[in-house]
Design a protein around this ligand. Sequence first.
Ligand SMILES: Cc1cc2nc3c(=O)[nH]c(=O)nc-3n(C[C@H](O)[C@H](O)[C@H](O)COP(=O)(O)OP(=O)(O)OC[C@H]3O[C@@H](n4cnc5c(N)ncnc54)[C@H](O)[C@@H]3O)c2cc1C
Length: 497
Amino acid sequence: MKLDYDVLIVGSGIAGLNTALHLPDDMDVLVISKDYAWECNTFFAQGGVAVASNKEDIPLHVKDTLEAGAGHCDKKAVEVLCSEGPNAIQDLMNAGFDFDRDTNGNLLYTKEAAHSKNRILHAGGDATGRELHLFLMESLKFPILYNTQVVDLLIDDGKCYGVEVFHDNKIFNIYAKKIVIASGGVGSLYEFHTNSRTISADMHGICCEHGIELRDMEMMQFHPTVFVKSSAVRKQLLSEALRGEGAKIVDEDGKRFLFDYDKRGELSPRNVVSEALYEYKRETRKEIYLDVSDFKEKHFKKRFPTIYFNMQNLGFDVPSQRIPISPAFHYAIGGVKTDLNGKIKSVEDIYFVGEIASVGVHGANRLASNSLLEGLVFSKRVADELLKSFTCRAHLSFKCKSLELIKSGDKKLKNELRILMWDSAGIVRYEKKLQKSLNRVEEMLKLPTGKLIRLRLLTSRVIIKSALKRKVSLGAHYIKGERENEKVIDTTTYISK
Ligand SMILES: Cc1cc2nc3c(=O)[nH]c(=O)nc-3n(C[C@H](O)[C@H](O)[C@H](O)COP(=O)(O)OP(=O)(O)OC[C@H]3O[C@@H](n4cnc5c(N)ncnc54)[C@H](O)[C@@H]3O)c2cc1C
């Protein structure tokens, strides 16, 4: 097996595959994927890709993104995202991808929360991620190594030379002149989440071990409309586009209570809706539903085929029957701090892009459907940047270090950690509870665990510490002073009343 490449791309989601699409055919490139290629968040994306619908919309898209980010975005990064977005979409369409169109052939733009205009393109109805992923996989001209998990980075004297991987029951090194990390977010750290099972924060943990800077790790986004009452690890998301197109949030008596929290009602930003659902449930103990009964069945089936079939399979006669919902972890806003080209300060020849990266476009809260666009725009910049500075250099040899990845007892710790993270670093954070969780994580880190759980623990520690450090609520980070005797929601009663 060949173990030395020009470029190594870790991750087969939109960020990794689109980086590959922009590299020349004659380059020696390998893509690594932890599981099957489609086990990534990109594949499960439903709503669409946000993009300015014309030149005049670019400043508005910037404004909406900055507002959603609660003043915490990097304005330059947002301008890059919104102004380069239309070209990134055009590149994709020139390469043969198409979005949904009306009967006259015009692109169909829909609306999602906190967008002042209809600017979300979608494909296959609510299967945008699946369609995009299929297209990018079909366009991939380089080999891909499946079931290969990166367990360490090979770094020496401020330069990255490759990765240590676990594949086919063996641990070995793969070297490259340039390494692109597009390994996604942190979903599996939380008890309830919408993410692919491969998204487990291991790369964030590896970065912690190497002193690579993570920023805004307290900024975690919770999606308000998720069907969580199933035994599946990945909970069923009910796209924001449903609310954009008329679905209502009601309690068991049919009351649309969101207007008591924000005048935008169902079209309030995700964090506002998630927090409102959390508080309303805590105060009233009432079940909360997404009511899609205003949709005609024929239209619903065509516009939201994935949701239609998944919910029918779960026994819900949608759109006539309402769906019980809860918020669940959805998106990691923070990540590895990069510049506008995916580079980091402390290590050369390595680039971070996509959900793992924090380039500054989301600030304290991501505007709906901006992340697929981020994956497209910034992966092209990473490809351009690495080509500019590409040099042939020999690699150093590294000894494999990660001998024991999993030990007995790790699974129990993993489950404990998922509950702890949901309970203390979830939708609403309380200082005392965070501190208690931090102490427990520190204890767990002292145990003789395998490496994979250690990486999860290191990432959780950063999230909790960042949440503790930010004393005032901002964007997706909602922290409350301790109220004596207030019981932080207990997940079992919260989920199934
Ligand atoms: C259910 C759902 C719906 C969404 N809907 C939308 C939407 O409509 N619009 C929008 O803009 N965004 C949406 N998002 C968010 C968006 O899908 C993601 O932010 C985006 O796809 C992330 O792309 P990525 O390439 O960075 O990572 P991913 O697509 O998650 O890919 C990560 C890749 O890294 C691999 N990997 C991870 N760790 C390792 C490791 N240690 N070693 C080797 N490989 C590794 C994984 O196997 C995977 O191949 C949604 C997310 C979810 C979960």
